[in-house]
Design a protein around this ligand. Structure first.
Ligand code: SAM
Ligand code: SF4
Length: 451
């Protein structure tokens, strides 16, 4: 099928404006279940107890390390960020992070195996090469990286270009095998409006450099719904990204959460695309990626057939966590650093959100989580259902709780077979709404909108 034909097909995904505004409700993105508003204060010993219980098993782990620093703030940003340009502050944070790794690992009798390590932020690449080496050496001192481990990092191209690729090379040498570049939109007017100036040339040359260095798995992050975006303008970004042929593309919906991220208020509402235009931008980009050879994964990821995410999708081994869609190599995760969230033995644990109190606690040897949530049997059951819907667009009917799905079926978002509930092609685009039906807590919390 040529691209034009596919675009004509995408035109068929047309939702009446009234229906769209009705469906555009505030619903979780289900990076966890239950979602973060359910997390609460927990006893200081609970984290240690769960880590020790985990130590009785032979299961591998996934590690997440949060580096919160950014040199400037993008106005759309919804991440957990600390603005910083001071090297001493970053070093001080790293010192505490290393201590946290050591303290947490001291709960284990043996070095635990790690199947997945992810460095996220903020911007991890604000660390220097030397700091990466020290971080890596400390992790390896306390954990055993499996030979096939996925080791990934989020990279702001603006932080790795001035040194002719030296930092990228050192990441490759340390063993990183998956890199993710933040691009968002190549259009200079959009970039200007969100204060993220990153020329197309900069994006392209960083990408090519990473390929040259032998990174086989490269992801590019894009956002739709940003100021001044239209279907036409964003399609130019999409076409240029297709030329680069990244292994994965994350096409995020702009999550507007100004009650949590005050800097988003600096984006005037009148510059944002309307809900209908935002939806059309998504539908058009999705069609272009699919015609360009990508498999649509979950609600916002696209990947080439050669990418492990694609295999995981077809083998039903895809999962979703705070970093988005991922291949499930380990169910349990330890989160290190400010605001990090881990999942151990069916309980979520979140670190402190304030830099000073995080560092003070670690300095005292206290790595207890600030908040957490222990899942009940009922939560575990619903978590499985929600994950199955979010990752695979279907769920087995056996054992499902009683839920009224009449409206979703009438709206054409869902259908039933004897064994399963399955989202229709349209329902896939609104999978958060379908998943929310199985959430026992949706009424509590203020979330970004579906579109
Ligand atoms: C931690 S950043 C990636 C690394 C680096 N800081 C950068 O921006 O290049 C993670 C990604 O989250 C996405 N993101 C940030 N804020 C968002 C928002 N409000 N809505 C949707 N996606 C967002 C962006 O696509 C961004 O690349
Ligand atoms: S999008 Fe990335 S670079 Fe921009 S403020 Fe957020 S974390 Fe920092």
């Amino acid at each position: 099928m040529n691209r034009k034909a596919c675009l004509a097909q995408s035109d068929l995904i047309h939702v009446m404006p009234e229906l769209l505004s009705q469906w555009n409700s505030s619903v979780p993105r289900y990076t966890s279940y239950p979602t973060a508003p359910q997390f609460h204060e927990i006893s200081t010993s609970l984290y240690q107890e769960k880590l020790r219980a985990f130590d009785q098993s032979e299961k591998p782990l996934s590690l997440y390390v949060h580096i919160p620093f950014c040199r400037s703030m993008c106005l759309f940003c919804g991440c957990s960020v600390v603005l910083n340009r001071r090297a001493d502050r970053a070093q001080q944070y790293l010192d505490h992070l290393l201590k946290e790794v050591e303290l947490v690992a001291s709960n284990f009798c043996k070095k635990r195996k790690v199947a997945q390590l992810h460095l996220g932020g903020g911007t991890p690449t604000t660390l220097s090469e030397k700091q990466f080496e020290i971080l890596f050496a400390t992790i390896q001192e306390h954990f055993t990286m499996l030979p096939e481990a996925e080791i990934s990092i989020e990279i702001d191209p603006r932080t790795v270009l001035t040194d002719d690729g030296k930092k990228l090379l050192s990441l490759k040498r340390l063993g990183f095998n998956r890199v993710s570049f933040g691009v968002q939109d190549l259009d200079p007017q959009v970039q200007e409006a969100v204060r993220r100036r990153q020329s197309e040339e900069m994006t392209v040359s960083t990408f090519l450099k990473a390929r040259d260095l032998g990174f086989h798995s490269i992801n590019i992050d894009l956002i739709y719904g940003l100021p001044f975006q239209t279907v036409d303008r964003f399609s130019k970004t999409v076409e240029k990204i297709l030329e680069l042929k990244p292994d994965r593309i994350a096409l995020f919906s702009y999550a507007k959460i100004p009650w949590l991220k005050k800097h988003q208020m600096a984006i005037p509402d009148k510059t944002l695309p309307s809900t209908e235009e935002k939806f059309r931008i998504y539908v058009d980009a999705r069609a272009r990626f699919m015609t360009g050879g990508y498999t649509a994964i979950g609600m916002d990821h696209f990947c080439l057939a050669s990418d492990p995410l694609s295999t995981a999708y077809f083998q039903k081994k895809l999962t979703r966590n705070f970093q988005g869609y991922t291949v499930e190599l380990a169910e349990d995760m330890i989160g290190f650093g400010l605001t990090s969230i881990g999942f151990i033995e069916n309980a979520y644990f979140q670190n402190r959100k304030d830099l000073e109190s995080y560092q003070k606690a670690v300095a005292k040897g206290d790595v207890s989580a600030a908040k957490g949530y222990v899942l009940t049997e009922e939560d575990i059951r619903r978590r499985k259902i929600i994950l199955s819907l979010m990752c695979h667009f279907e769920v087995e009917k056996r054992g499902l709780p009683e839920v009224d799905l009449t409206q979703l079926k009438e709206e054409g978002l869902l259908f039933e077979t004897q064994e399963a509930l399955i989202a229709t092609p349209l329902g896939r685009l609104f999978i958060r709404r379908i998943a929310a039906k199985f959430d026992a807590y949706t009424a509590q919390g203020n979330f970004s909108r579906v579109v």
